[in-house]
Design a protein around this ligand. Structure first.
Ligand SMILES: Nc1ncnc2c1ncn2[C@@H]1O[C@H](COP(=O)(O)OP(=O)(O)O)[C@@H](O)[C@H]1O
Ligand SMILES: [Mg+2]
Length: 430
């Protein structure tokens, strides 16, 4: 079997690595891939742009690709799945209409309202004046969101009226292009955030292990928001009872309502949740793809052959598929970033010590790297996701940090507190 993965981040490296654990996997091709996927046995990088749908389709048809997995949200929102399906290719990832669940926050809110899914109360605005006068009448903090895709920079949790006003102005003045011409203003929720990545064939939906990530750049959840500085799974806050509520109150109604809208959604439905102090799950947002870095923490625990699971989703056969099997224990992923991230950072710095880190029992997923001859160079803000398993969180986290100590590049930065919240808790699976 041959599989093609679209994307070049840590999530895509983790997917390729997992696929290649199956003996029947002949070849994995990553478009365009990174320094990590370039180094995997039976894996190759294809230097096409992720929006070159025609080039991807042609390669897949000529090379007998059985399954295409789309990593990032941007090509999904642009309709890559629609294009590839027109060419009779098998794709894991929703069509353009399904991807709206991530690419338009107001569209997602409307779907949640229709489905009766618990979420923050929200109002949508298409002009600045109305939004400004509305926030003046509301309590603080208040949350201001650009409607469209903004690479993780479109949301402001405003603790002052000035901040809220500035965030609304930034949206309507075009800071996020067309993504900010519609603005969602919503109620501030408190509690713990968790990520539920679920796989679906549009009829049946099944959650993967719950995960938690660390979005802020600094220890103790301080400083700017990032794409994610580390993650762990399975998040103990999601008890089996809570997971079953998430299934019936959130995941199943979402899929049923997508179906009511004639959307055949096959891929990942990722629910970003707030677990309130009362223990109730509320949706912060939906994403239409695997989360990064959560995927890097979740996949090493997966026992079920991933290509079979994703193929069952793409082919509409998830209901008959056996229950997903997980390894016991816990997983932790520590992201190593470039100096300056999430602001400006340098690229092209040599990375040393990855082999030593891996011989210490960790798996080093590459996020922003590039292979040049026999060296690995930094090529992004988040550079590596150093991941380890353990019998419990303490062991997994200690192993991940021990591996981090082996790695060296100029200006490297990582948080020192990944998983501190769960370190004392034994994995619920043990
Ligand atoms: N209603 C809310 N209440 C409290 N925090 C929120 C709320 N909405 C978003 N946030 C915070 O902002 C972050 C980003 O918001 P999100 O809707 O996930 O947008 P995106 O991931 O597209 O940037 C969330 O992870 C959460 O920390
Ligand atoms: Mg988010």
């Amino acid at each position: 079997m041959r599989v093609l993965i679209v994307g070049n981040g840590g999530r895509e490296h983790a997917l390729a690595w997992k696929l290649l654990q199956s003996p029947q996997m002949q070849q994995v091709v990553c478009v365009p891939g990174n320094g990590g996927t370039a180094n995997l046995d039976r894996c190759s990088n294809l230097p096409l742009s992720i929006d070159d749908f025609e080039g991807i389709a042609r390669f897949a048809l000529v090379n007998n690709i059985a399954l295409i997995i789309v990593g990032p949200e941007v090509p999904l929102a642009m309709g890559i799945t629609d294009y590839l399906k027109q060419h009779h290719l098998t794709v894991f990832g929703p069509t353009r209409d399904g991807a709206q669940i991530e690419s338009s926050k107001s569209w997602a809110k409307d779907l949640m309202r229709e489905a009766g899914i618990p979420t923050a109360q929200a109002t949508v605005f298409t002009n600045a004046e109305a939004a400004q006068s509305y926030v003046r009448s509301q309590d603080l903090p208040i949350v201001i969101k650009a409607d469209g895709l903004a690479a993780g920079k479109g949301v402001t949790v405003a603790t002052s009226l000035d901040q809220a006003t500035a965030a609304i102005a930034a949206c309507f003045e075009g800071q996020f292009g067309s993504a900010g011409q519609r603005v969602v203003v919503e109620e501030y929720l408190t509690g713990q955030e968790v990520s539920i990545l679920a796989v679906t064939d549009g009829l049946t939906i099944r959650p993967l292990l719950p995960a938690q990530d660390h979005k802020r750049i600094g220890d103790g959840d301080t400083g700017e928001n990032t794409g994610g500085m580390g993650a762990y799974a399975p998040a103990p806050i999601v008890t089996p009872a809570l997971m079953s509520r998430i299934q019936t109150e959130i995941l199943e109604p979402a899929i049923a309502t997508l179906r009511d809208r004639h959307i055949d959604y096959r891929g990942v439905l990722y629910a970003g949740l707030m677990i309130t102090s009362q223990g109730d799950p509320k949706v912060i947002e939906f994403n239409c793809r695997f989360g990064d870095p959560e995927t890097q923490a979740i996949l090493p625990l997966l026992e079920t052959p991933i290509e079979k699971l994703l193929l069952a989703c793409a082919q509409g056969q998830l209901e008959q598929f056996p229950a997903i099997v997980w390894k016991p224990g816990a997983s932790a992923c520590v992201v190593m970033a470039a100096e300056g991230y999430p602001g400006a950072y340098k690229k092209g710095l040599e990375i040393m010590g990855v082999e030593q880190a891996e011989s210490n029992g960790a798996t080093v997923f590459h996020a922003g790297t590039q292979r040049k001859q026999n060296t690995i160079l930094t090529d992004g803000g988040r550079v590596l996701g150093v991941t380890a398993l353990g019998e419990d969180f303490g062991q997994a986290i200690d192993r991940a940090y021990a591996a981090v100590q082996c790695i060296q590049f100029d200006g490297m930065y990582y948080r020192r507190d990944i998983g501190d919240r769960v370190r004392p808790i034994r994995s619920s699976q043990n």
